[in-house]
Design a protein around this ligand. Structure first.
Ligand SMILES: [Zn+2]
Length: 663
C-alpha cells in the first residue's frame, strides 16, 4: 500500500463532512519546522578540483606521503625503547613547506601533558588515557634533515605532543622530498589501565610489552586545515599519512615479537619446527599452535623484521610468555592471508577464550572482506594485552591478561573492522570520531547478526548491535537523546561516547533500513570505501558520496542525526470517518503529526472493522509542507486501529502517541 498523497492534495478531501468519528489524541505543540529540516545550502563549500561535488577525490586531489625505516631495541631491565627512525617525506601539496609538524604521542605520558589535565575531567583513574606513572615522553637524542645531498640539524620547537621542525630551505611543492633522521628513546610506563595504549606488565609467564605510538609520526598536511596539529589527548586517535613502514625490533631471544604487517625474516626468528608450523598455518582452516611460551631468560638478542605497506601506522608487542596460534584467512578472488593470535597465560577463563582468537580473527576479516572490500594486509594479528581494545594496521590489542576481559569475539571483531575505518579509509579521527568508530560499529552489527547462533557464540557472546529500537533503548541512547551532536570534535565528545559509536551506527541503520533500502545504501557505502581507500575524506565527502550514489538528497537526515540532536516523535493526531461530497462515498482520514524536530519516513499499520489491515509507507516528503500529514483510506468501513511504526524501527521518543484504537 502506498500513501495517498499530501495534505489536502486530492479532490476527495475538498468537501469534508465530519460525520461521527473524530478523535483528537494529543495536545502537544509540535517542535517541527519544515523550512529548517529542508533548508537549502547544506554543504559549506561547493565541489572543487581537490574534492568534487559528487563526493569523489577531485581531479587535482593530493596528499602527502610518509615512509619509515625504523630500528629499535628493548632494554628489559629499564623498560626503555631506543630507536633510530628514517622518515622519508614527500610533499605532494601545491604549497612549499617552510616547516614540518610531527606527532610526538609518547609525550602524552608526561606529568604536565595536556592529556593529563584532559583526563582530570573524568573522575576514575583506571580508565585514564595517561598512565599515572608518568614518564619523560620522547627523549630526542638527535634530529637531522637530509635534502638534496645536504644534512643539517634543524631548529625544533616542542609543544606538548607536537614537534615543529624548521627547514633551512622550503620543501618544494608537488613532489619535493626530504629525509628526517631521528634518534630517540622512551620509557614504557608499567601497569597501564584499559585506556592506555603503551605499557608493559608482568604475566605469569613473563613480562609483556605492548608498544604503540612508538615513533614520531608525520602530521597530516591537507587541503582542509593545512597542518593538522590537535594535541593527542586520548580519544582522537588517528590522522596520519600513508606510506610503507619497515621496522625491526631487537629483543631478548626468548621473546616472541608480533607486529603490524608481515614478519620478513621468519627463518631467523623461529626454530625449524616453529617455522614449519608457521607455514602450515598459512594453509590451514583449523588453528595451528605455532609456538608455546619460552620459560628461560636469554642473554642474547634476536632481531625481528617487519614490513607493512600502504599503512598509516604500525605497532608491536613482545613477550616470552606468548603462545602463538595461526590460521588461514580466505579472501575474495581465491586470495588468502594469515590470522595470528598471541596471548600470554592469564586467568583460566580468559585464556580458554583466547585459544579461539585466531578463528575469531579469521571469521571477522573474512566477513568484512566479503561484504565490503578485501582485507589489504598479508597478516592480521590479535594480541591479548592490557588495553580494552585498540586497533593498528594489521594488528589489534584486546584485553586478555587480567582476570576478566570484555567479550573477546566482539572486541576482536570491532578492532579488525577498524581495518576499513580508519586504516583503509583514512578519515581524520582526531576531529571526526564517528567517521571511524561510528562506521565501524555499524559494520560490527552486521557481523554480530551474521554470526549469531553460530559456532562463535558457543565460546563468546557477540554484542547485539543497535539494529532494533529496543536495543537502542536498552543502551540508554533514547534516554540520552539530548546528548551532544555527533558533529563535534572527537575529544569534545570524550564523555559522551554514544555520539561517536552507537548513535552514528544507529543512524546508518536507519538510513539503510528505513530511508534508502539495503541495495542503494550498500552500493553507496561500498563506493565510499572504494573512492576514499588510502585517502583522507571529510564528513562532507561521505555525505556527498552517499547522496550521489544513492540518488537522494539527504540534507534533512544529516542535519537531524549528525549536525543536531533532533528528536523523532511521530504521532496519530486524529482519525475521522467522513463522507466525500464529490465521490458520495465514505472514507477514513488519519491525521499524523510530526512533533519532533526531525522528519522521517514512517510505516503505518491500519486495521479496518471488516478484519482487513494494510500498511502505508509515508515517505519523508510527507513532512515537506509542515507538521501535519493525512492518510486517506477509501473504504465504507471505519478504521478500528492505527499504529505508527508498528515494527518499532524508529527511535521515536514518545511511543505513547503512536497508536490509536476505536473504543
Ligand atoms: Zn573502535
Amino acid at each position: 500500500m502506498k500513501s495517498l498523497g499530501h495534505k489536502m492534495s486530492i479532490p476527495v478531501v475538498l468537501l469534508l463532512v465530519n460525520l461521527f468519528l473524530s478523535h483528537n489524541l494529543i495536545g502537544q505543540v509540535s517542535a517541527y519546522k519544515h523550512t529548517e529540516a529542508f533548508k537549502l545550502g547544506f554543504y559549506p563549500y561547493p565541489g572543487s578540483a581537490y574534492r568534487s561535488a559528487s563526493g569523489e577525490p577531485g581531479t587535482e586531489y593530493w596528499q602527502n606521503r610518509a615512509d619509515y625505516n625504523i630500528s629499535c631495541q628493548i632494554d628489559t631491565a629499564n623498560h626503555m625503547i631506543s630507536a633510530t627512525s628514517e622518515l622519508y617525506y614527500t610533499n605532494n601539496s601545491p604549497d612549499s613547506l617552510r616547516f614540518l609538524w610531527l606527532q610526538m604521542d609518547q609525550n602524552i605520558n608526561k606529568e604536565d601533558s595536556r592529556a593529563t589535565s584532559y583526563d582530570n575531567t573524568l573522575s576514575h583513574v583506571d580508565t585514564a588515557f595517561v598512565n599515572p606513572k608518568f614518564t619523560n615522553g620522547y627523549e630526542i637524542k638527535s634530529i637531522y634533515i637530509e635534502i638534496q645531498g645536504r644534512k643539517y640539524i634543524p631548529r625544533q620547537v616542542l609543544s606538548d605532543t607536537r614537534l615543529q621542525v624548521w627547514l633551512q630551505t622550503p620543501l618544494a611543492s608537488s613532489g619535493g622530498k626530504l629525509k628526517l633522521i631521528i634518534n630517540y628513546a622512551f620509557k614504557v610506563p608499567g601497569n597501564g589501565g584499559v585506556s592506555t595504549r603503551v605499557t608493559h606488565a608482568k604475566t605469569p609467564g613473563g613480562e609483556l610489552y605492548q608498544t604503540t605510538h612508538w615513533f614520531p609520526r608525520m602530521c597530516v598536511y591537507d587541503d582542509i586545515q593545512g597542518w593538522n596539529t590537535p594535541p593527542f589527548l586520548g580519544p582522537g586517535e588517528f590522522y596520519l599519512e600513508y606510506g610503507d613502514i619497515n621496522y625491526s625490533v631487537t629483543a631478548p631471544a626468548n621473546m616472541l615479537v608480533v607486529g603490524s604487517g608481515e614478519l620478513i625474516n621468519p627463518s631467523q626468528c623461529f626454530s625449524e619446527k616453529e617455522l614449519q608450523l608457521y607455514k602450515l598455518a598459512k594453509e590451514s582452516e583449523q588453528t595451528v599452535l605455532i609456538r608455546s611460551p619460552y620459560p628461560n631468560n636469554s642473554k642474547i638478542n634476536k632481531v625481528w623484521k617487519f614490513q607493512i605497506k600502504n599503512a598509516r601506522d604500525a605497532a608491536w608487542a613482545a613477550s616470552a610468555a606468548f603462545t602463538l596460534d595461526g590460521a588461514k584467512i580466505n579472501l575474495p578472488d581465491g586470495k588468502s592471508c594469515l590470522a595470528l593470535s598471541a596471548y600470554a597465560k592469564g586467568a583460566k577463563s580468559v585464556h580458554e577464550v583466547w585459544k579461539h582468537a585466531a578463528q575469531f580473527t579469521k571469521a571477522s576479516v573474512e566477513f568484512y572482506s566479503r561484504i565490503w572490500s578485501p582485507y589489504p594486509y598479508p597478516v592480521a594479528t590479535a594480541v591479548a594485552g592490557f588495553t580494552g581494545g585498540m586497533e593498528y594496521p594489521g594488528f589489534v590489542i584486546c584485553l586478555g591478561v587480567g582476570p576478566t576481559g570484555p567479550g573477546v569475539w566482539s572486541t576482536i571483531n570491532h578492532e579488525f573492522a577498524h581495518t576499513w575505518f580508519p586504516m583503509i579509509v583514512g578519515s581524520n579521527e582526531r576531529l571526526h570520531g564517528w567517521m571511524d568508530e561510528g562506521l565501524n560499529t555499524f559494520m560490527n552489527d552486521s557481523a554480530a547478526i551474521a554470526f549469531n547462533n553460530k559456532e562463535l557464540t558457543l565460546v563468546d557472546t557477540p554484542k547485539p548491535g543497535p539494529v532494533s529500537v529496543d536495543t537502542f533503548a536498552i543502551d540508554g541512547l533514547l534516554a540520552e537523546w539530548n546528548q551532544d551532536p555527533i558533529f563535534n570534535q572527537h575529544d569534545v565528545l570524550g564523555r559522551d561516547v554514544n555520539a561517536v559509536y552507537d548513535k552514528p551506527a544507529f543512524a546508518l541503520h536507519q538510513l539503510r533500513n528505513n530511508v534508502l533500502g539495503h541495495e542503494r545504501f550498500d552500493a553507496a557505502f561500498r563506493e565510499y570505501i572504494r573512492r576514499w581507500s588510502y585517502k583522507h575524506p571529510t564528513p562532507w565527502d561521505f555525505f556527498r558520496t552517499i547522496e550521489n550514489v544513492a540518488g537522494e538528497d539527504l540534507a534533512w537526515f544529516w542535519r537531524g542525526y549528525f549536525i543536531h540532536s533532533w528528536k523523532i516523535d511521530i504521532a496519530v493526531k486524529k482519525v475521522s470517518f467522513l463522507k466525500s461530497s464529490s465521490l458520495g462515498t465514505m472514507y477514513n482520514s488519519i491525521q499524523l503529526e510530526c512533533l519532533g524536530e526531525m522528519p522521517m519516513p514512517v510505516e503505518v499499520l491500519i486495521k479496518l472493522n471488516d478484519g482487513t489491515s494494510q500498511r502505508v509507507k509515508v515517505p519523508v516528503e510527507a513532512w515537506m509542507r509542515g507538521e501535519l500529514h493525512y492518510i486517506t483510506i477509501l473504504n465504507e468501513k471505519p478504521v478500528t486501529e492505527v499504529r505508527v511504526d508498528p515494527d518499532n524501527l524508529l527511535p521515536d521518543t514518545n511511543r505513547k502517541n503512536n497508536n490509536w484504537k476505536h473504543e
